[in-house]
Ligand binder design. Structure first.
Ligand code: NAP
Length: 242
């Protein structure tokens, strides 16, 4: 029987490549999405065509009953969950002075509560020996203007990561966070000029943007046998930007 992984926000970007990578590594993968059904179903077909096992499951991670249903559907169709990758997230940079109540709520609902919702399910439903991989950001280290709320929402994720690792004592479950630097996805590229993109690409000493594959490799390491002794950590993967 294959081990089972849930990847939240896997219809595109980093999550989609993580889902493909984990399927290649032998996991049966639940491809979660909130609205991009077509992309999620297309990814599932791609994974199946390559000999892997996957299902698409719609759930807004900000909604606790939808998250419960995501775990229910995964258990029913693939089996009990071994790996949870909390990749779903949004980034809408804005100076504090220009941030509406609605934007504040949306960022924290998806990035922070979304992670909390899946962690709470995972606490009772993950197989012993499992892995939890949360998503923070190297933006926390860069401290750029406009990123106060995004960084705050991800700082909360890092805090939950470190405490949750200890709460799962005795279960042989590791809990870590990955903190990517700029990665060439819709989330990063949207709203930026060519010049701004080039500026970010030149920041790390490796002088390029990250690609989703760079991050999927780190997630695969943490989810696989070689990552078993890493626990309660935030792992920055950013080409040396910070
Ligand atoms: P992306 O290309 O915008 O993709 C985001 C994914 O999340 C989509 O599949 C989207 O699916 C899904 N999603 C959004 N809201 C959701 C919700 N409420 N419930 C379930 N799924 C939801 O973003 P990305 O760049 O791949 O980012 C992935 C993660 O990496 C995020 O946590 C982000 O903060 C983090 N990160 C990214 C970068 C970067 O530079 N790209 C850097 C550091 C950290 P739908 O369209 O179906 O909503």
């Amino acid at each position: 029987m294959s081990k089972v992984a849930i990847v939240t926000g896997a219809s595109r970007g980093i999550g989609a490549v993580i889902a493909q990578r984990l399927a290649r590594d032998g996991f049966a993968v639940a491809v979660n999405y909130a609205s991009s059904a077509y992309e999620a179903e297309a990814l599932v077909s791609q994974i199946m065509a390559a000999g892997g096992q996957a299902i698409a499951v719609k759930a807004n991670v900000a909604n606790s009953s939808e998250v419960r249903a995501l775990f229910d559907a995964t258990e029913q169709q693939l089996g009990k969950v071994d790996v949870l990758v909390n990749n779903a997230g949004i980034m809408k940079p804005a100076p504090i002075a220009e941030t509406s109540d609605e934007l504040y709520d949306q960022i924290f609902a998806i990035n922070t509560r979304g992670t909390f919702n899946t962690l709470r399910e995972a606490a009772t439903r993950l197989n012993d020996g499992g892995r939890v991989i949360n998503f923070s950001s190297s933006a926390l280290g860069l401290k750029l203007p406009g990123y106060a709320l995004y960084n705050a929402s991800k700082a909360a994720v890092e805090s939950m990561t470190h405490v949750f690792a200890k709460e799962l004592r005795g279960r042989q479950i590791t809990v870590n966070a990955v903190a990517p630097g700029p990665v060439a996805t819709e989330l990063f590229l949207t709203g930026k000029s060519e010049e701004q993109i080039l500026h970010f690409a030149k920041l790390p000493p490796l002088e390029r943007l990250g690609q989703p594959e760079d991050i999927a490799g780190v997630v695969a390491f943490l989810a696989g046998p070689d990552g078993g002794w890493v626990n309660g950590q935030t792992l920055r993967a950013n080409g040396g930007i910070v």
